[in-house]
Design a protein around this ligand. Structure first.
Ligand code: B12
Ligand code: SF4
Ligand code: SF4
Length: 372
């Protein structure tokens, strides 16, 4: 058995669903797509900005000869999830369920590297999951792990698009796998039709400025129009995957770490809004949503609470009017204004004599004028 076959066998034995190999040749075919996306201003801001780094693996690992690419399914059966949810609940996208995928895939790739190192002393490699320079999906596509959907997701025949991708640049030559040729996307347009803000402007034409997943991660203010579109989502969006026919009758993940733990997949908004720093670190800190921090998730929780359209939530958030963080005070004021005008009028009148921040004061006066 040659080294490639032994690596494949080992990789499967440690619970990795998919593995593929490609060369470290530049990804010239993606240059134009990246340039166009940049010119159109359709990037999210989370991508590597240097296009040369995105195209040429050797700019990251000088002696790179090949790339070992892995993918892991994170799809778990809805039926295993609790059906009783808290009265005021939010929603986490599947990518944020369970343990952070960056940790899991990095760990698997490290195990593969250690396996190879036992045989090849001068093995040189670099591991990346999500935050690396290359375009992960293009690397996985070239290594034969799947094809593109109109929604830009990389789709695999057995696992659908619910797969995370990781790769290892390295200095060994392996025989490459072939990309899957011929468009497999059914072209049903369901992902385009159901995207709430029209982020998929046309097949493969993705505008990150309109994607809910991006808006929920941004630290900047969320526009009033977007707040109603965000629904009960706290982090990430699954719509363009849920509607895709390729995600029906697929295999479930063999990795129990991707099942929701603490927090559950529909977290209690009131609990999240009053969580301590320690509590946040212990629960959300271990998920892929944790890196965005408590303040952004709590802002999203206030938006989700308003989208419950139930004024019984108001007494539960009144203490947040005194929160030391200005952003949280702002969103709490807005939430109370939207949910219960009577309480808003009473509380804002009391608050206007105590509030020190001019922006927040202006907001209070604006709402008071419209309430009187
Ligand atoms: C920035 C980023 C985001 C941004 C922007 C997303 C985007 N589409 O660019 C935001 C925050 C919005 C985001 C959201 C999500 N993300 Co994200 N994200 C990334 C990141 C860091 C870079 C993406 C990038 O480079 N985009 C640049 C543009 C050029 O690429 P693109 O939109 O993907 O376009 C591709 C296709 O359209 C195709 N293409 C373009 N033109 C054409 C034409 C034809 C004919 C064909 C066939 C193909 C084709 O090629 C392009 C390159 O791959 C990658 C990790 C990485 N380092 O690569 C993860 C990554 C893409 N994200 C991932 C995930 C899981 C998500 C979410 C599902 C999370 C969620 N539940 O909310 C959503 C999905 C949104 C979507 N429909 O794409 C996974 C995707 C796994 C998969 N199976 O595809 C990745 C690979 C992370 C990982 N390592 O697992 N993400
Ligand atoms: S929903 Fe339809 S058009 Fe969109 S990716 Fe899936 S098969 Fe393709
Ligand atoms: S993740 Fe949600 S908002 Fe973003 S493209 Fe898909 S459906 Fe649209």
């Amino acid at each position: 058995m040659n080294l490639k076959s032994r690596v494949i066998e080992y990789t499967k034995s440690i619970g990795v669903d998919l593995i593929g190999f490609t060369t470290a040749e530049p990804f010239e075919d993606i240059r134009e797509v990246l340039q166009l996306r940049q010119q159109q201003g359709h990037f999210s801001g989370f991508e590597e900005k240097n296009i040369e780094l995105r195209v040429d693996p050797k700019k990251t690992l000088e002696d790179a000869e090949s790339i070992i690419v892995i993918a892991m399914s994170y799809y778990s059966d809805e039926e295993v999830l609790p059906t009783e949810n808290p009265k005021f609940h939010g929603e986490l996208a599947r990518t944020a369920w369970g343990i952070d995928y960056h940790t899991i895939l990095q760990d698997k790739l490290q195990q593969i590297a250690s396996f190879i190192e036992k045989e090849k002393e001068d093995f040189n490699y670099k591991i990346f999951v999500d935050t690396g320079p290359l375009v992960d999906r293009q690397v996985a596509y070239r290594a034969g792990l799947g094809w593109y959907g109109y929604n830009s997701l990389l789709i695999n025949k057995e696992y659908g698009s619910w797969i995370f991708i990781g790769y290892m640049l390295n200095n060994l030559k392996f025989q490459s796998d072939a990309p899957i040729t011929g468009c497999q996307c059914l072209g049903c347009n369901l992902c385009i039709k159901h995207c709430p803000k029209g982020a998929i402007e046309a097949p493969y034409q993705f505008n990150a400025n309109k994607c809910m997943s991006n808006i929920l991660q941004k630290k900047e203010d969320v526009s009033e129009e977007d707040r109603s579109i965000l629904g009960k989502n706290l982090y990430g969006c699954d719509i363009c995957q849920k509607v895709c026919p390729h995600n029906k009758e697929i295999k479930v993940s063999q990795c129990s770490d991707f099942k929701p733990q603490n927090p559950p997949h529909k977290p209690d908004l009131i609990e999240l809004l009053h969580i301590s720093n320690k509590g946040f670190k212990e629960s959300y800190g271990t998920t892929s949503a944790g890196w965005r921090g408590k303040k952004v998730l709590q802002r999203n929780a206030l938006i989700a609470l308003v989208n419950h359209k139930d004024k019984e939530a108001v007494p539960l958030i009144l203490p947040l009017l005194k929160d030391p963080r200005k952003e949280i005070r702002k969103y709490t004021i807005w939430a109370i204004y939207k949910l219960d005008s009577e309480i808003a009028y009473k509380e804002f009148n009391k608050l206007k004599d105590e509030e020190q921040d001019t922006e927040v004061l202006e907001m209070l006066h604006h709402y008071l004028r419209s309430l009187s």
